[in-house]
Design a binder for this molecule. Structure first.
Ligand code: EPS
Length: 363
């Protein structure tokens, strides 16, 4: 049983779309829980005015009846309210009438750090906008909606997933994070940071050491690296483990088979070991600077300054929600593989039978 996700949507196009396949039938979804995660993603200090414009409410087009999954593809839509300012510029079909609104002139000045240059070269675009629209982190909204569905499924077997920002612009204290954001805004600059996602209640045995692609840490790591602007991922004590001795690096085993520490971050040899899964993702500073970096005009070949668009100063708190969704999605996929079931009751029963067999009780 494979849980899969495909998304579509441009940042200023009509809508974002997510299609989720492989969900069991009988899972009750709470609309407000999905919308709450979408709301959380829009929050955070240092976000752009775009976030006040968007409502980000999920619409369901298929796969759900009276709030309960049918076991068929679940189709979700999130409308881009901002599209009304881009109806000509981002019209899917050749636009009619005189150019009006935003996006009517081609973008020719790629931003260092964004998909602008490589995307334009790769796809042969003559307008950088054709690359940046899909590369935009706006797209993470559809992944957050899918993550909320994954969390509902994981909740049925007692797994919780939660993310938080732990560092912004090198600061770890909430007041200092805000001050750093204010200072960057004043300097017309941007910041990055680090988020942490913790999953509890994961039984031992998700993922496998059998093949590289099956390893839970490789899968969760790829899910986090796949998020816009993420440049590094850590599982458990990660890089610090490379500097420790073996006697200080591993998690000794108690008679009840729990661990005396959790330096491995809940995964050993690519398999969950029953401790909390602890992951961290590091985000680079956002590439849209109000004081732009040097670039080249792709039309004239002359030196120029990169595109300046309305943007966030930092979006680390938003990343915490997106990373939470990414980890939840990957854990839900691994749980579906292990416990299967067309009906939710089959999935839950397979989990119960398994934890009974191994004598595992979450604390
Ligand atoms: C983004 C640029 C900004 C961000 C956007 C990501 O968009 P805009 O230019 O429309 O203000 O606000 O993020 C979102 C819209 C969102 O919902 O997260 C980019 O270039 O990646």
């Amino acid at each position: 049983m494979s849980l899969d996700l495909v998304t579509a949507g441009e940042s200023h196009g009509p809508a974002l779309v997510a299609i989720l396949t492989g969900l069991p039938a009988g899972l009750r979804l709470d609309r407000s829980a999905i919308d709450e995660d979408l709301h959380r993603r829009r929050q955070g200090y240092g976000r752009s005015p775009r976030q006040q414009l968007e409502a980000d409410e999920v619409e369901v087009l298929a796969g759900l009846r009276h709030g309960v999954t049918l076991g068929t593809p679940l189709a979700l839509v999130i409308r881009n309210r901002d599209h009304e300012n881009w109806t000509w510029g981002m019209s899917p079909w050749p636009p009619e009438g005189e150019p009006s609104g935003k996006g009517t002139k081609p973008v020719t000045l790629p931003r260092p750090g964004h998909a602008d240059l490589a995307g334009t070269l790769k796809y042969g675009h003559d307008d950088v906008r054709n690359a940046l629209e899909r590369a935009s982190a706006r797209q993470t909204a559809s992944h957050v909606a899918a993550g909320a569905v994954a969390k509902a499924l994981l909740g049925e077997i007692g797994v919780t997933v939660s993310g938080r920002a732990v560092e912004i612009g090198g600061e770890t204290d909430a007041d200092a994070m805000r001050a750093a954001t204010d200072a960057a805004r004043t300097d017309r600059d941007t910041l990055g940071g680090i988020v942490e996602v913790v999953a509890t209640g994961v039984p031992p045995g998700l993922g496998s050491y059998a093949e590289k692609r099956d390893r839970l840490d490789a899968r969760v790591g790829a899910a986090l690296m796949g998020i816009q602007a993420v440049k590094a991922v850590e599982i458990g004590d990660g890089i610090a483990l490379a500097r420790a001795r073996g006697s200080e690096a591993h998690d000794e085993i108690e008679p009840d088979r729990r661990r005396m520490s959790n330096r491995a971050g809940g995964v050993e040899a690519g398999v969950s070991n029953g401790e909390a899964i602890v992951t961290r993702a590091a985000m680079k500073p956002l590439p849209t600077l109000m004081r732009p970096l040097r670039s080249v005009d792709l039309e004239s070949g002359e030196p120029g300054q990169a595109l300046v668009e309305r943007s966030d100063v930092q979006a680390v708190e938003a990343l915490a929600v997106v990373a939470e969704a990414a980890v939840a999605w990957e854990l839900a996929r691994a749980a579906r593989e292990k416990f299967g079931g067309d009906a939710l009751t089959d999935f839950v029963a397979a989990h119960s039978a398994y934890v009974d067999r191994i004598g595992w009780r979450t604390p």
